[in-house]
Write a protein that binds this ligand. Sequence first.
Ligand SMILES: O=C(O)CCC(=O)C(=O)O
Length: 300
Amino acid sequence: MINIVRDFQPETMLYAGAKAITAYKKDGVICLRNVFNEDWLDTIETGIDQYFINRESSNDAANVQVKHKNDKGSFHYATLMWKQIGAFRQIIFESHAPDLFGSILETQRLNLYYDFLLIKEPGCKKAITPWHQDHSYYCLNGHQIINCWIALDTIPLETSLRFVKGSHVDYPVHKAIHFAPGEEYNGVIKDRLLPPDFDNLPDVEIIACELNPGDALVWNSRMFHSAPGNTLDQRRAALSLNFCGDDVTYFDIAQNPDPPIRGENLVDGGNITCESFPLLRQEGSLKNTAVQKKPTNNCR
Ligand SMILES: O=C(O)CCC(=O)C(=O)O
């Protein structure tokens, strides 16, 4: 049986609210409703159009298209788009996203780690996302790392992400599993355990929820999650923004990290601020207090 991810209307567009933060800490994932309005969603769609134009002429390893045999559609995923496309820079540097999502981390400092676009075209039934923890792929240590996955389409339970409730505290970091079947990361850390088959484990609480465009799932990088393929006749797309807080340091991991970058001039155990992982907020600049007024470009 699937239970429901707890959902919250943010107290303001700059502060998720105490109840949402408490639920995030306990469950490892929450849903924030209506965090991006139509204008911001249009900005993201402009960025996606540009991404597909750019892809025609580039061979960037950060852009992947997987089409399974007999599937009607493809699964596209791409990262680090902000470096090339203005619309994604706008979302990261000019929207309320760092304040709102940063408030969940209760951090003073907030760095961007990466952006991640995921598009499952209609009918890519076999584009199943296996059980994994984002943390397995990272060249980072620390606990204040979140994935903020913004729905761009109506996403019913059939195609929604699924989470193992509380797995961010119950499990160590497991082995990195490649999303593309049959592939493995160079230098993958082999002594990490393979992700369990949670669908067939007793006593595991799996949670999911339906999403509308502009809703966001926010989860901790140690959370186990998976997703079905897209069996429906509609696109299932999301943009995720990944942020790091105060306790995050660079980990000089032996395996190839994903996203496939290590920042510039970082040292093991040191601060991650660099050109690729820019500092978005620092002491005193996160507008994450409960008394903050609602901004005028409020969401639907
Ligand atoms: O959208 C999906 O199916 C996978 C998303 C995911 O696993 C991630 O962003 O880490």
